[in-house]
Design a protein around this ligand. Sequence first.
Ligand SMILES: Nc1ncnc2c1ncn2[C@@H]1O[C@H](COP(=O)(O)OP(=O)(O)OP(=O)(O)O)[C@@H](O)[C@H]1O
Ligand SMILES: [Mg+2]
Length: 383
Amino acid sequence: MQPSPYTPGEVARTVPGRVRQLAEFDERLSYLVDLGRLVGRIRVDHAPRGFGKTSLLRQYQRRAEERGVLAVWVTAGEEGGLVAQIAAEIARAAEGWREDARRAIRTRVESLSVRVGVPGVVGADAAFRTGQAASANDSRAFEALVRSAATAGGRSGLVILVDEIQAADPEGLRTLAYAWQHLQAEGADVPAAVLAAGLPNASDAIATAVTFSERFAYRPLPPLEPDAEEFALAVPARELGVAWEDEGLRKAVAIARGYPYLVQLIGDAAWSEAGRPDPGGTITAADVEAGREAMEADMEALFRARWANATAGERDFMAAMASFGDEAVRRSAIAAALGVSSESLSVHRARLIDKGFVQAVGRGALEFTIPGFAGFIRDLGDE
Ligand SMILES: Nc1ncnc2c1ncn2[C@@H]1O[C@H](COP(=O)(O)OP(=O)(O)OP(=O)(O)O)[C@@H](O)[C@H]1O
Ligand SMILES: [Mg+2]
């Protein structure tokens, strides 16, 4: 008996199928480390929940660290705001640096007017403003902090990773964007980069906060291709001496439909149906079939939580959508099913996209972000 090598709901250990994203990141990282240059655009990988954003960002972090870069990680949306979070992480990292480098960072952090609660780094008596519009001073002070962090402490640069960027405070986004704008405009050779991940509404959240958007490069993170799914299922098993039957693999891929979270769930469920095999064992199509039933309980719990999180109007909207089947539905068709005008749907539509329940496909069409949700909603009608 061996424990499952799959990671439902946890950061993936490897990210098969993300070759392109990693190659693009490596190219930018080389620009930063080898040429000592600022990466002028803030990359935002965006996708609905469970598509592997955090896992990808963790890979970026690991690669940056392997090249001797200081890679600080923040999950936006926490108290204090984005800039304070980043400053606190940089200050934390600097604690292990030489005294002069540490002092340089401390001075920079103190000159930021946001609240940064880092015990021992910023004194409790320091007077901070909070909740005010980002001042030019803030972005200058933040810029100075980025400069110091990128070069002090003997590191070969600074990479700032921002997960859940759609939840960041508008002032924080503004300060970050202005700082990057200035650094870029000055042609400053500051080896620094910002990589972010967020829900599909990240670009809206950023556009609301920042009037210029050229600083940001938005990259949708697509579903996995079947060969990447097969890789994600077969390789962790093979490393434990366990083989997947071709038929089992095909079945699992058909169930997961490119959705990374489902790949892990079905892999995990099939593994346990196969009796958590020892080296030499096999995972069969029958294990996958049995695993699917076990998995449905997990999926049902996830769907129920989402459904509970929707308002009555949003539920009507989703029920109308689901009545058309599992494929993308035109907005006009949803409006017709509800007997309302297309325009009157826009509030529900926007809220559902923000929540990551549905996503836009092409012009004027919508689909559910998780395979199986439409079926769940249709079944609710029979209860
Ligand atoms: N490339 C990949 N191949 C296979 N599985 C993956 C891949 N990337 C992530 N996963 C798995 O998919 C699930 C979701 O991953 P992750 O938490 O990174 O997604 P996310 O987009 O950040 O989700 P959320 O929006 O909920 O934070 C996890 O179970 C993870 O192990
Ligand atoms: Mg995440």
